[in-house]
Design a protein around this ligand. Structure first.
Ligand SMILES: [Zn+2]
Length: 158
């Protein structure tokens, strides 16, 4: 999500420009988006930095902590971040004429996630998904057996 800020950098302090965000679906490191990002951001010229503010909405793929099924959930978040070529404190860096807001977007999405992610409040847990996860369960059992054997061998040697 690269935004060209050349036009803003040549303006005087206090200048602000608004951008409509539509059809953006960046590849984020820790989050999978299942819908394009939509919304609006504004970029204001400050003394030694640029202030990015905005409100965006999208949809993210999550994995239920209880039954491990994946599902999509709307994610709506606000942005407020300063960018500087020589960042201090909480400022984020940018180079040349371009600000990449994807890392900021990812950070805000993650901050907005609940600590306990559930596909639905009354999710019954892993049993409901057993049919779909039989393969993983078998692997789990095999690993457990192996661990037991290793442990036994070790005990015998000492
Ligand atoms: Zn669930």
């Amino acid at each position: 999500m690269h935004i060209n800020v050349r036009d803003i950098l040549v303006e005087s302090v206090g200048y602000s420009s608004t951008y409509k965000i539509t059809g953006e679906r960046p590849d984020l490191e820790a989050v999978i988006l299942t819908r394009d990002i939509e919304g609006e951001i504004s970029i204001s010229r400050l003394d030694n930095s640029l202030l990015v503010r905005g409100h965006l909405a999208t949809e993210v793929e999550l994995e239920c902590h209880r039954c491990l099924s994946t599902f999509s959930r709307p994610a709506e978040f606000s942005l407020k971040q300063e960018y500087a070529e020589e960042p201090v404190d909480e400022q984020m860096p940018f180079e040349g004429d371009v600000i990449d807001i994807a890392p900021l977007v990812e950070q805000e999405i993650i901050l907005g996630l609940p600590i306990k992610i559930l596909c639905r409040l009354d999710c019954p847990g892993i049993k409901e998904a057993q049919g779909r996860y039989t393969k993983e369960d078998n692997i789990g059992v095999r690993l457990a057996d192996k661990a037991h054997i290793t442990k036994g061998t070790h005990r015998g040697r000492t």
